[in-house]
Ligand binder design. Structure first.
Ligand code: PHE
Length: 345
């Protein structure tokens, strides 16, 4: 009988070690319940002799105590585990908003470039590009600026070697395009891109900035075509009532040359600090393509004529977005970038 009780205890402890959750309750009923194994065993004590009974009774009580204690500690352990799981569930706050992935936006300069491109594409132009590291030949010589030409001083730049430099304007793409195209086919291109000058950076100057060049070459292209295109462009960009004026100027690669001013978009011409009380703001250089430039590009200036223009993108972006320091375009300050990211065209 004694052995039977101890075997029962051993089996019960083995089962308990594996029990979890509902199985724990089942275990309690099986071993400690009213009709459980232990009760059954005790019932058969009646068959024992009077001497044996108290001895076995003691063993039976010890077994009960052992099993009850084992159960209590196992149950407490399980409860603690449940509490921990519950707590973890509660710290998972399902009311937190999801993580939004921020999508990049176009840089304000890029926006203006795209706007300019769209306008000229509407006029039938195509978009070309050229290298920022440029040969002296295309940047200067092919644009009628020989090595000793004084106008080179206005466009000092970073030289990589005697013949290789950071381009000072997008005009070398004029020369490259003339060279590349068949002379009998008309040209109508714009060229956005970055250019470099040996300038000290301040609120209105940067050693690297952005231009958009334009070039039209064909039979019978006249100065009035240039003015018409530029006026239409200015109206598209600044508004239906925008006025422009052309002022005589000089570029070695155009003849005649002009600067285009727009009526001040802030004061409408009355005079303010932005237009320095002149009522006009300069936005680009232009002119009729110099016959020597056409010639060097393989075109016959007796057969075809052309016009070209070059504008500073920063200048236009500063006017449209009311940005007062050119350096803000390059500092990548998110406060500025976000401010213009959502602006309508
Ligand atoms: N390339 C000139 C500049 O950077 C602008 C220009 C372009 C002038 C085309 C005339 C024709 O100042």
């Amino acid at each position: 009988m004694r052995e039977q009780l101890l075997a029962l205890q051993e089996q019960a402890l083995v089962d308990l070690a594996e029990a979890e959750g509902n199985a724990l309750d089942a275990w309690r009923v099986k071993y400690l319940g009213k009709k459980g194994e232990l009760s059954l065993a005790l019932r058969s004590m009646s068959k024992l002799s009077a001497e044996e009974r108290p001895v076995v009774g003691q063993v039976a009580n010890a077994v009960r105590e052992t099993l009850e204690a084992a159960f209590a500690s196992k149950f407490a352990e399980w409860e603690a585990k449940q509490a921990a799981i519950q707590e973890e569930k509660e710290t998972l706050d399902i009311t937190l908003p999801g993580r939004t992935r921020s999508v990049g936006a176009e840089h304000p300069l890029q926006k203006i470039i795209r706007r300019i491109e769209d306008i000229f594409i509407g006029f039938g132009f195509t978009v070309e590009e050229g290298p920022e590291v440029e040969w002296d030949y295309y940047n200067f010589e092919a644009l009628n600026l020989p090595k000793d030409h004084p106008a080179r001083d206005m466009q000092d730049t970073f030289y990589l070697s005697e013949e290789l430099l950071m381009r000072t304007h997008t005009s070398p793409v004029q020369a490259r395009t003339l060279e590349k195209r068949r002379p009998e086919w008309p040209i109508r291109i714009i060229v956005p891109g970055r250019v470099y000058r040996r300038d000290d950076d301040d609120a209105t100057h940067s050693h690297a900035f952005t231009q958009v060049e334009g070039l039209v070459v064909g039979k019978g292209v006249r100065m009035s075509d240039l003015k018409g295109i530029l006026l239409t462009f200015a109206k598209e960009l600044f508004g239906e009532n925008q006025e422009i004026r052309l002022r005589p100027s000089f570029f070695p690669f155009t003849e005649p040359s002009a600067e285009m001013d727009i009526r001040c978009i802030y004061c409408g011409g009355d005079g303010c600090s932005t237009c320095k009380h002149t009522g006009w703001i300069e936005v680009l250089g232009c002119g009729m393509v110099h016959p020597r430039v056409l010639e060097m590009g393989g075109y016959d200036p007796e057969e075809v004529t052309g016009f070209a223009f070059g504008m500073g993108v920063e200048r236009i972006a500063m006017l449209l977005y009311k940005i007062e320091d050119i350096r803000q375009f390059y500092q990548n300050d998110l406060r500025l970038l976000k401010q213009f990211a959502s602006l309508p065209e």
